[in-house]
Design a protein around this ligand. Structure first.
Ligand code: UGA
Length: 431
C-alpha cells in the first residue's frame, strides 16, 4: 500500500521505517528542510537502536522516501498517518494546533478517497475534531474516513514494539476504513482490536496512565520498605507473580520521565476534568513522582550529612536506558536540586550528554563512568545503562574518595556491593 506519514519525529520515523520494512511504499513528510536533507542520506537525527539501519536499508530499496509537501503526499498515498507533536500547554492540556493544521492541509489536497489516521497521542474526541476540520475544508464530493491507531512504542525498543506488538488498536467509524487498516497491518500477524474512534483514543491515555500509576505505587512502597527494612524488589516479585497484577512496571527508582508519561497523565487529567470527571488519582500519581526525586536527594543528604562542597559522580542522565532522550528526565531535577544544596556534579551518559548539556549548567561532563567516579565523594546512578552494571568495581572504589554508592535504579546486588566494600543505598532495599 502507499502510506504517507505526516510528521517525521520519533513516532513518524519509526512507523514509516517499519511500514516500509513490511513492504509498503512510504513517504515521510516534514516541514524541517534541514532534517529532510539528513534523512534523505539515510541518517537519523535521534538515537533509537536499529532505526538508522532500517531507514537507510529502505531508502536504498526505494520503499521509503522523504518529502516536504503534504499536498504531494496526499495525492500519492491512500492512507495518511498524522504523527505530529502534541506538546503540553502550560495548564497540562495537549496542544492540538499541529494536528488541526495537518488535517486542514490534508483536506484541501484530497484528490479521492483517503483514510486519515491519527497516530499522535491525543485526548479523546480529537478524531471527531479532525473529521469536522476535514469536512469544513475539503472539496465537496470526495469521500474520506478518519481513524485512530494509537502507538505503543517505547523508546529504546520501538522497532521491536512496532513489528511484534501485543496488540494493534484500530478505532474506526466505517467498514471501509477498517478493511484498509487491517490490510496494512496484516503482515504483522498481531492481535487486532477494532473499536470506535473514541475508545481507541482512550485506550492510549488510559494505558500510559495505568502504567505510570503502577510505578508511583511501587515507589511509595519502596519508601515504606526503606522505613521498615524490607526489600521492594521482593515485594514487587511477590505481587507480580499474581497474574492479575503482572510483574512489569513495578521497578522502584527515581521516578518516571520521558515525553510520554508526564505529558499524557497531565493531558488525561485535564480532559477528564473538562468533562466533569475529576481523576484525582492521577494527580496523586504525578505528585508522588515529583516527591520521589526529592526523596532520593534526601537519601543522599542523610548519608553524607552536609552536601555543600561535596562532589558527586553521576552515572546516567537519559530518562531511561537505550535512549538519548532528556525530556522530563528525573536526572535534571535531581541534579539541579543537588546543585542548589552546593554539590558539584560530574556526569557521564553513554548517549545523552549532548542533549543534557543545554539543560544542565555547571555540570562537568566526562567521557566515562570511571572519570565520573574519580575523586568524587560518592557515586550516584540515575539511568540503568547496562555498561554501568558490568563496571570494574574494584577500580571504581579506588577512584572514589569514599566508597559510597546511591543506586537510583536498583541495578546492583546490595550484598555484593557490601562485600566489595561499598556503603550501598538502593531504593527500598536493606543496605
Ligand atoms: C511509554 C510506554 O511504555 C509506551 O507503551 C508508549 O507507547 C510510550 O510511552 C508513548 O506514549 O509513546 P516510554 O516513555 O518510551 O514508553 O518509556 P517507558 O519504558 O514506559 O518508561 C517510562 C519511564 O518510567 C522511564 O523513566 C522509566 O525509567 C520509568 N519506569 C518504567 C520505572 O521507573 N519503573 C518501571 O518499572 C518502568
Amino acid at each position: 500500500m502507499r502510506i504517507g506519514i505526516i510528521g517525521s519525529g520519533y513516532v513518524g520515523l519509526v512507523t514509516g521505517a517499519c511500514f516500509a520494512h513490511l513492504g509498503h511504499q512510504v513517504i515521510c513528510v516534514d516541514n524541517d528542510v534541514k532534517k529532510l536533507t539528513v534523512l534523505k542520506k539515510g541518517k537519523v537525527p535521534i538515537y533509537e537502536p536499529g532505526l538508522e539501519e532500517l531507514i537507510s536499508e529502505n531508502v536504498k530499496k526505494g520503499r521509503l522516501k522523504f518529502h516536504a509537501s503534504v499536498r504531494y503526499t496526499v495525492r500519492q498515498c491512500e492512507v495518511l498517518f498524522i504523527c505530529v507533536n502534541t506538546p503540553p500547554k502550560d495548564n497540562g492540556e495537549a496542544d492540538l494546533s499541529y494536528v488541526e493544521a495537518v488535517a486542514r492541509e490534508i483536506a484541501v489536497s484530497l484528490p479521492s478517497y483517503r483514510v486519515i489516521v491519527d497516530k499522535s497521542t491525543v485526548p479523546v474526541e480529537t478524531g471527531g475534531w479532525v473529521a469536522k476540520t476535514m469536512k469544513d475544508n475539503h472539496r465537496k464530493g470526495v469521500a474520506f474516513d478518519v481513524a485512530s491507531n494509537p502507538e505503543f512504542l517505547s523508546e529504546g525498543t520501538a522497532i521491536r514494539d512496532f513489528l511484534e506488538p501485543d496488540r494493534v488498536v484500530i478505532g474506526v467509524s466505517s467498514k471501509r476504513a477498517e478493511k484498509v487498516l487491517r490490510q496494512l497491518y496484516a503482515p504483522l500477524k498481531a492481535p487486532i482490536l477494532v473499536t470506535d474512534i473514541k475508545s481507541a483514543e482512550l485506550i492510549k491515555h488510559a494505558s500510559n496512565s495505568f502504567l505510570a500509576t503502577k510505578i508511583s505505587f511501587i515507589n511509595v512502597v519502596s519508601r515504606l520498605c526503606d522505613a521498615v527494612g524490607a526489600d521492594v524488589d521482593l515485594v514487587a516479585k511477590g505481587m507480580g507473580m499474581d497474574p492479575r497484577i503482572g510483574k512489569s512496571f513495578l521497578k522502584a527508582g527515581v521516578g518516571f520521565g520521558g515525553f510520554c508519561f508526564p505529558k499524557d497523565l497531565s493531558a488525561f487529567l485535564r480532559i477528564s476534568e473538562k468533562r466533569g470527571i475529576p481523576f484525582n488519582l492521577l494527580k496523586e500519581v504525578l505528585e508522588i513522582n515529583e516527591e520521589q526525586k526529592s526523596y532520593f536527594v534526601q537519601k543522599i543528604e542523610s548519608e553524607m550529612w552536609n552536601l555543600r562542597n561535596k562532589t558527586l559522580g553521576v552515572l546516567g542522565l537519559a530518562f531511561k536506558a537505550g535512549t538519548d532522550d532528556m525530556r522530563f528526565a528525573p536526572s535534571v531535577d535531581i541534579i539541579k536540586h543537588l546543585q542548589s544544596e552546593g554539590v558539584t556534579v560530574k556526569a557521564y551518559d553513554p548517549q545523552a550528554m549532548s542533549r543534557a548539556r543545554p539543560l544542565l549548567k555547571k555540570v562537568t561532563f566526562v567521557k566515562s563512568a570511571y572519570e565520573a567516579a574519580r575523586g568524587a565523594d560518592a557515586l550516584v546512578v540515575l539511568t540503568e545503562w547496562s555498561e554501568f552494571k558490568n563496571m570494574d568495581f574494584k577500580r571504581v572504589k579506588r577512584l572514589l574518595r569514599h566508597p559510597v554508592l546511591f543506586d537510583g535504579r536498583n541495578m546492583y546486588d546490595p550484598k555484593q556491593m557490601k562485600k566489595l566494600g561499598f556503603r550501598y543505598h538502593g531504593m527500598g532495599r536493606p543496605s
